[in-house]
Structures are given as structure tokens and as C-alpha cells.
Design a protein around this ligand. Structure first.
Ligand SMILES: Nc1nc2c(ncn2[C@@H]2O[C@H](COP(=O)(O)OP(=O)(O)O)[C@@H](O)[C@H]2O)c(=O)[nH]1
Ligand SMILES: [Mg+2]
Length: 359
């Protein structure tokens, strides 16, 4: 039995990683506009400080990090006089990428960053926007935002093909009089990016970003709904408790999917611990009985278990309670912590507390 569960977990991890997919984003702007700072404010994993990345054109570097389904292309040097010369190279690069038959290899979105303080949009930025918009959705990002004074309207006008222009301040800025300009615009940027990124990249984007826990929750709710539907389908044919095993792979798949969408690393040992201490509630054999009885404690009157079988509605309700408890635990932990600061035992503790009611 333990070996079977091991295999189920491995398959669930593979599927969750595949379903999450991959998102590739090009971030362009003059040196010093705040690209690296923005990247670190939006995405988990300190992307911008983990090495310089691999050069893919003269002015573009590819940055990746293990276990995060994101590749960034950092394009700088828009201020240089010879930018036009490197333009062709970038155009070829983007064209090659986005003509690839596998959409996972495309660049899915571009952010063109312009410093608000400069009050200036370069020809190179306008041309780059036009070039990129032929291949992918583009967002104009006004960085170091502190006072607009009509600059956003100007950028909107000049970056015509951009989907929108968002003003962002990535880090707190302390002024001479001690007044602090707080970070702003990050949620707006992430929400806009979520809207325009292709459907198949949304889960990867949600996992990689750290600004919106709400989006991680939303995508996870969708996984719970899909899992509950599968569970209901197995429950439609009344099955004896011993056969409630059918639900176990669905619930393991759901845990793996939620873990992936939240952006946590998917480790077999960790999922095994989660599964063995919740689904089986500490016992070596996997039966639905403990799940069902625990559920009844939580939601009395949910339905009756007739003749030792669980009904479609019970199977579905169990799955929902299980998935929602996991989502609540992860969202709670990320309220004031970064993903890298949340330990596996934190997750286990919060999940058990919510699902099994143990303190
Ligand atoms: N106040 C404030 N400073 C920023 C912001 N973004 C970047 N900076 C500062 O601007 C400088 C250049 O930022 P960096 O991210 O390295 O720019 P890059 O060359 O485009 O990657 C650094 O000193 C940052 O601290 C921002 O949103 N607000
Ligand atoms: Mg940089």
C-alpha cells in the first residue's frame, strides 16, 4: 500500500507541474529604471539577484530559477545610441521564440519600464513597444512612481500598442522630511498581467508572483471544484468505505495542484507526510471512514452514509473540505511571510488544525 501511495504521489507531482506550465516574460528598460527592483518585488525567489543570467542577445539576459515556473528576459540598454543595431538581434530572437511550435517556449508578455522621474519616453522605447506588440501583449510600467503630473497619459499616448500603463513604486522611499512613499501599483500590475497573459500561462504566473495571495486562492479554488467533480463522479456509484480509496488519488492530485499553484516546491517526502497525517489521519491504511467521520464532526447534517457507502455529495463535500482547509492554511501562512520563509512543518500544523481540528 505504501508503495502504491508513493507512485500516486509521484504521478500527482508530475501532473501538477505539467498543469502549472511555464510563463516567460520580457522586461525591458534603461539601466537604472528599476527593473531588478520590480522583479524582486513582484516575483518570489529573488530572481534579479541570483546571478546575471545567460546572455541571449547583446543586451538581453535570460534569468531562471529552479522550481519556479518563470523565465525572465531582462533587456537593458535602451538609452544607448547604438540601440538600433541591437534591435535587429532582439527582433530575431523574439521572432524565433514566438514562432516555436510549442507555446511554452514563447515569450508570453512584455513589460516596458520607464522611470517616472525622467519624464521622458525614448524613441527606442516607442519602437520596442511596437516591435514587441506584434508578438505578445505589452504593459507599460512607470517605475519609481511618486507624482504623476500627467506623465502616465503621455506614456499611454506614446506606447500606443500597450494594453495599459501602470504606475508602480516597488520599494518604500524615505523623503528628507521623513515622509515615506509606500510601495504602490504592484497589485494593479499583477492583476493586469493576469488578465492579458495567455490562459495556459495563468497558473504559472500565479505561482511565480508573490504580490497577490488572492489570485493563488482563486486558482486553487478552481482546482478544488474540479477535484470535487471527479470525486462526485466516483461517489455516484455508492461505494463501500474500503473502496473510498478511489478518492485518495483525487485528493492527492488536488493537494499537489494547490501546492503548485501557490508556488511551493513539490517534494515527494513532504506530500507523503501531508497525505499520511491528514488523509489517513495517522493510520497506515487508507480508508475513507476517518475522513467521513471527521467531516461529519465539522459539518453535521451534510448527508447520511447509508450502508457503509459514501454518496456523490459526501465524496464531493469531503474533497471540498479537504482542499479548502489546505488553501486556508497556505493563505494564512503567506499573509505575513514569504514562500521561502514558510516551513513544511508550518504547513502541516496549519493544515491539520484546519482539517482535523487538532490544536
Ligand atoms: N524609490 C524607489 N527606488 C527604486 C525603485 N525601483 C528601483 N529603485 C532604485 O533605483 C536604483 C536602480 O534600480 P535597479 O532595479 O537596479 O534598476 P535596473 O538597472 O533597471 O535593474 C536602485 O538604487 C533602486 O533601489 C522604486 O520603485 N522606488
Ligand atoms: Mg538590473
Amino acid at each position: 500500500m505504501a508503495e502504491d501511495i508513493g507512485k500516486i504521489i509521484e504521478a500527482a507531482i508530475t501532473k501538477a507541474i505539467k498543469d502549472r506550465g511555464q510563463v516567460n516574460i520580457l522586461i525591458a528598460g534603461k539601466t537604472g529604471v528599476g527593473k531588478s527592483t520590480l522583479i524582486n518585488a513582484v516575483f518570489q525567489g529573488n530572481f534579479a539577484t541570483t546571478g546575471q543570467g545567460r546572455p541571449v542577445t547583446k543586451k538581453t539576459r535570460e534569468i531562471k530559477k529552479e522550481d519556479i515556473p518563470l523565465t525572465l528576459f531582462d533587456t537593458r540598454g535602451l538609452e544607448l545610441k547604438d540601440y538600433r543595431e541591437t534591435f535587429k538581434e532582439l527582433e530575431n530572437f523574439v521572432k524565433n521564440k514566438n514562432n516555436d511550435s510549442n507555446p511554452m517556449h514563447h515569450i508570453h508578455m512584455a513589460w516596458i519600464c520607464i522611470d517616472e522621474g525622467s519624464r521622458r519616453v525614448e524613441d527606442a522605447e516607442i519602437e520596442l513597444c511596437e516591435l514587441l506588440a506584434g508578438y505578445m501583449p505589452v504593459i507599460g510600467v512607470i517605475t519609481k512612481a511618486s507624482s504623476d503630473e500627467g506623465f502616465r497619459m503621455k506614456v499611454l499616448e506614446l506606447l500606443k500598442p500597450a494594453k495599459n500603463v501602470v504606475r508602480v513604486n516597488s520599494i518604500p522611499k524615505i523623503l528628507d522630511d521623513g515622509y515615506i512613499i509606500k510601495p504602490s501599483g504592484l497589485h494593479e500590475l499583477v492583476e493586469l498581467a493576469m488578465e492579458i497573459v495567455p490562459e495556459a500561462q495563468k497558473n504559472a504566473f500565479v505561482a511565480a508572483q508573490k504580490v497577490s495571495i488572492e489570485q493563488k486562492k482563486n486558482k486553487s479554488h478552481a482546482i478544488v471544484v474540479a477535484s470535487a467533480t471527479s470525486a462526485a463522479a466516483t461517489g455516484a456509484i455508492p461505494i463501500p468505505f474500503s473502496d473510498a480509496l478511489i478518492l485518495v488519488p483525487i485528493q492527492i492530485g488536488m493537494l499537489a495542484g494547490i501546492t503548485a499553484v501557490f508556488g511551493f516546491e513539490l517534494k515527494k517526502a513532504f506530500l507523503s507526510t501531508l497525505v499520511s497525517s491528514t488523509i489517513t489521519a495517522g493510520s497506515a491504511t487508507l480508508i475513507g471512514k476517518s475522513i467521513v467521520s471527521n467531516l461529519f464532526k465539522m459539518f453535521p447534517g451534510i448527508g447520511s452514509v447509508a450502508g457503509g457507502a459514501i454518496s456523490a455529495s459526501t465524496a464531493s463535500a469531503i474533497t471540498i473540505a479537504f482542499g479548502e482547509a489546505y488553501i486556508a492554511a497556505l493563505a494564512f501562512l503567506l499573509k505575513d511571510k514569504d514562500i521561502s520563509e514558510v516551513s513544511e512543518s508550518d504547513i502541516l500544523k496549519e493544515f491539520k488544525k484546519r482539517y482535523l481540528g487538532k490544536r
